[in-house]
Design a protein around this ligand. Structure first.
Ligand SMILES: [Fe+2]
Length: 186
């Protein structure tokens, strides 16, 4: 297994994340719905679903981090909003998405099947990037800031060093991210 790290920054009203998005390549060779869900459950990523893809419009979650496993086929996802990146995941790959990161499926194989999971079984909200306004951004950012780093990686079961060793919000230049979040006059 090989792990990619992809870093983001806020783009307009889109929060993105100070944690790297991870793509574990070949986390579970061959994929498989039941096998991936069993892996996620075993590592504490619960509230699982299976679905032929993910939403095709840019959206993010503010109440939980999310993992996406490709059980069958392949899909292309656009990540991080305007100026972001596109990545293809194939059967057996697992994406670990920090809360706040925009994602959308833009292409897929006919047989695509994805499975999802959430640390400690948190429930997810759905925030379409296109309908975000300043009040919505502020409320979402406050929820995102309160989320803990998950205890274990959904694919490896190891402590999430990629996130716990990420530069602090100060060192990474995110110190103004919190400013004025409670200022109702703006
Ligand atoms: Fe999602």
């Amino acid at each position: 297994m090989k792990t990619e790290q992809h870093w983001s920054k806020p783009v307009g009203l889109l929060p993105n994340s100070r944690f790297p998005l991870l793509i574990h390549r070949g986390a579970l060779p061959g994929g498989g719905e039941d096998q991936l869900i069993a892996l996620f459950k075993n590592n504490g990523w619960l509230n699982n679903w299976r679905y032929p893809g993910v939403y095709t419009y840019p959206h993010f979650h503010s109440t939980t981090h999310e993992c996406l496993g490709c059980a069958r086929g392949w899909m292309d996802v656009e990540l991080f909003g305007d100026g972001g990146i596109k990545a293809r995941v194939e059967a057996g790959d697992v994406i670990v998405l920090p809360a706040g990161v925009s994602h959308a499926m833009v292409d897929h194989s006919d047989d695509i099947m994805m499975v999802g999971g959430y640390p400690d079984g948190r429930d997810w909200d759905n925030m379409p990037v296109a309908s975000l306004d300043e009040a919505g951004r502020r409320a979402a950012v406050k929820r995102i800031m309160m989320l803990p780093i998950p205890a274990r990686d959904p694919a490896t079961g190891q402590p999430m060093r990629d996130w716990s060793e990420a530069p602090s919000s100060v060192d990474a230049g995110w110190n103004d991210f919190r400013d004025s979040l409670d200022d109702a006059s703006q």
